[in-house]
Design a protein around this ligand. Structure first.
Ligand SMILES: [Mn+2]
Length: 299
């Protein structure tokens, strides 16, 4: 059974908006759509709202205390859900919440792997960032780089070894030169969107199989910016030349079909980009459909 946890936070974002996503998804009927798709789920409610605030005094680590506070709360909620044998479905919120999800899962499952399905590599650090925004620094902190307090959010350090992280769907032109250097040195498995040609599903299956060999449990991080903003402009930070909505959802279906699924995190939906609610509704339908394999696996 899934345990739904809303994380209405834009603490680590480039601006406000994403803190509205859990409510927007609920209002668009996400829970009903998931149940209609055959999923059993328990609603564990939302964390308190944390809205983006600029932090001009800390240009390279904006809102670090807020990012940490949210991630700690997420970790506690996730760990409590796992203790009750629920698979957390975490609705963000900006990408920095995945640090909290991983930290929470690690309490019960040290051999965790992460499928990072995202339009970015998120490998900047306070040393290399131009913005100081933590949602573009998540993966570097998972592997122990960057801000020591953020990197030490969980029960292990680093939170994850590089060989148990796979980046899938990032757009190479979004990766900055310093980020690229860290990425290459890390040895993290990489599946840029530009390497997929017309076979994204085969690439997804291959990426998952490789990660399954190295991890006993797998968390899936799904940033909606892995989808083309020219088709579905929901992501907080637009991405073009990304996967189509259909291909992204088919890849997601592959990832959540793993028998090792430990959690699913959905990030970077900004409902301010969707004043009529039409895109969120479209997303909810496609997302619930992509999660059908989870229902089948858990009957
Ligand atoms: Mn992203």
């Amino acid at each position: 059974m899934l345990g739904l946890i809303g994380v209405p936070s834009s603490a680590g974002a480039h601006g406000p908006g994403q803190e509205k996503a859990p409510a927007a998804l609920r209002n668009a009927g996400l829970l009903g759509a998931l149940r209609e798709a055959g999923l059993e789920l328990e609603d564990l409610g939302d964390l308190p709202v944390t809205r983006f605030q600029p932090d001009p005094a800390n240009r390279k680590r904006q809102s670090q205390p807020q990012v940490i506070a949210v991630a700690r709360q997420v970790a506690d909620r996730v760990a409590a859900a796992v203790e009750r044998d629920l698979v957390p479905l975490v609705l963000g919120g900006d990408c920095s919440i995945t640090l909290g999800v991983v930290a929470g899962l690690l309490r019960g499952q040290p051999d965790l792997g992460l499928m990072y399905f995202d339009g970015d590599a998120d490998m900047t650090t306070p040393e290399t960032t131009h913005s100081g925004i933590f949602d573009s620094m998540g993966v570097s902190h998972l592997i122990g780089k960057g801000d020591p307090e953020v990197a030490r959010l969980g029960p292990s350090f680093p939170l994850l070894p590089a060989e148990r992280i796979t980046l899938f769907g990032f757009q190479p032109y979004e990766v900055e030169p310093n980020e690229q250097r860290l990425l290459e040195a890390s040895g993290i498995a990489r599946y840029p969107v530009t390497s997929m040609g017309d076979r994204p599903l085969e690439r997804a299956a291959e990426a998952l199989a490789r990660l399954e060999e190295r991890a006993r449990a797998i968390a899936v991080h799904f940033d909606v910016d892995v989808m083309d903003s020219a088709e579905i402009p929901l992501a907080n930070w637009p991405h073009y030349g990304a996967l189509s909505l259909g291909d992204a959802m088919r890849c997601l279906r592959v990832f959540v079909g793993t028998p090792k699924l430990a959690a699913l995190v959905v990030t970077e939906i900004n409902p301010d980009h969707d004043p009529d609610g039409l895109l969120v509704a479209q997303f909810v339908d496609a997302f619930a459909d992509a999660l059908r394999p989870v229902a089948a696996a858990r009957r």
